[in-house]
Design a binder for this molecule. Structure first.
Ligand SMILES: Nc1ncnc2c1ncn2[C@@H]1O[C@H](COP(=O)(O)OP(=O)(O)OP(=O)(O)O)[C@@H](O)[C@H]1O
Ligand SMILES: [Mg+2]
Length: 323
């Protein structure tokens, strides 16, 4: 049976200033899953994430991490933080050492690893995020995207079992987004559970196998990307938009084109091609049958004319089956 790594039960959280940020959160995340929490600004994503490694303690309800109820004592918190690595939304909340290399080394050094092991992990992590060569730079002199990568490297170097990334691709250029997604995929294949928060639905669609929709501190929906991004009511309520491909196909579908809503550009391309292909074919067939009927009958003779129609229809069937 697949292990549950994070489970919350009726978890609510109110900030000291009285802001009620989470209400009755019930979620279950299993080992090896790629989970995305989506929700608009202020929905409570970052607040929820701060519960995953014990920064926030539920005001009511509970959270279990790796099968154990969270305990907010020094020793237990240290254990949780070794297990769950969080990359913060804002890298400035995370980077503090004078140089990149010292920053990335900080976590593994605190795990009491040998110097060689620390060096190895730092080098490997910086290489993974494409930051080799900038080891001696001061983190506050880096660009926004570079800071994000170093922040990710710092958590990678800890080799956590669960990686939680708050808006991991914000501020990254397209190549940077692809690189981060590639890293996350690779880690996931090595059985790391990955949880991200984002309102970038395109990225979420590519990445997640399970999505939770958070709205005003409540989970209002959960499911696969297909389930979530086909539920227009819920998306609207959560002030989210579906991916552009889905929007386009939805528009075509509501305007009478025979097609299904697809989430990625690649799938949408094939769906549209297929829909257009089928439609043109029917038009041609219709033309042949109606307008050219007499002429073709005359030229080909009845038998050949029907054979031709038969071949066309058969080919069309085969085409449909192939697609
Ligand atoms: N330290 C704090 N003290 C008081 N209220 C807070 C604090 N941090 C967040 N909040 C409030 O809690 C709610 C949820 O905020 P949170 O940062 O979790 O949202 P989010 O979903 O991460 O939004 P975003 O997409 O903008 O990052 C908001 O109403 C916010 O104002
Ligand atoms: Mg946030």
């Amino acid at each position: 049976m697949v292990k549950t790594i994070i489970e919350t039960k009726n978890m609510s959280f109110t900030y000291p200033d009285g802001t009620s940020a989470l209400h009755n959160i019930n979620i279950e995340i299993k080992e090896g899953e790629r989970v995305a929490i989506v929700g608009s600004n202020g929905a409570g994503k970052s607040t929820l994430f701060a519960h995953f490694n014990g920064i926030n303690e539920p005001t009511s309800g509970s959270i279990e991490i790796d099968g154990k109820p969270a305990v907010y004592e020094k020793k237990e918190l240290l254990e949780i933080r070794q297990k769950v690595g969080i990359v913060f939304q804002n890298p400035d909340d995370q980077l503090f050492a004078p140089t990149v290399v010292e920053d990335v080394a900080f976590g593994p050094m605190n795990l009491g690893l040998s110097e060689d092991e620390v060096d190895e992990r730092v080098e490997e992590s910086l290489k993974m995020v494409g930051m080799t060569g900038l080891e001696k730079k001061a983190p506050h002199h880096l660009s926004g995207g570079q800071k994000k990568r170093v922040a990710i490297a710092g958590i990678l170097a800890m080799k956590p079992e669960i990686m939680v990334l708050d808006e991991p691709t914000t501020g990254l250029d397209p190549r940077g987004v692809d690189q981060v997604l590639e890293i996350l995929y690779k880690l996931n294949q090595e059985d790391m559970s990955i949880i991200i928060a984002s309102h970038d639905v395109e990225m979420v669609t590519q990445f997640a196998d399970k999505i939770f929709v958070l709205h005003e501190g409540e989970i209002i929906d959960q499911g696969t990307p297909e389930e979530i991004f086909n539920d227009y009511e819920t998306l609207k309520k959560a002030h989210l938009r579906p991916p552009k491909s889905a929007e386009l196909l939805h528009l075509l579908k509501t305007n009478g084109v025979d097609c299904e809503v697809k989430l990625t550009v690649e799938e949408a391309y094939h769906e549209i091609l297929h829909a257009i292909g089928a439609e043109s074919f029917h038009k041609v067939l219709h033309l042949i049958k109606s307008q050219l009927h007499h002429r073709l009958l005359h030229e080909l003779g009845e038998e050949h004319y029907h054979k031709m129609l038969h071949v066309l229809e058969e080919e069309h069937e085969n085409h449909n089956l192939r697609n």
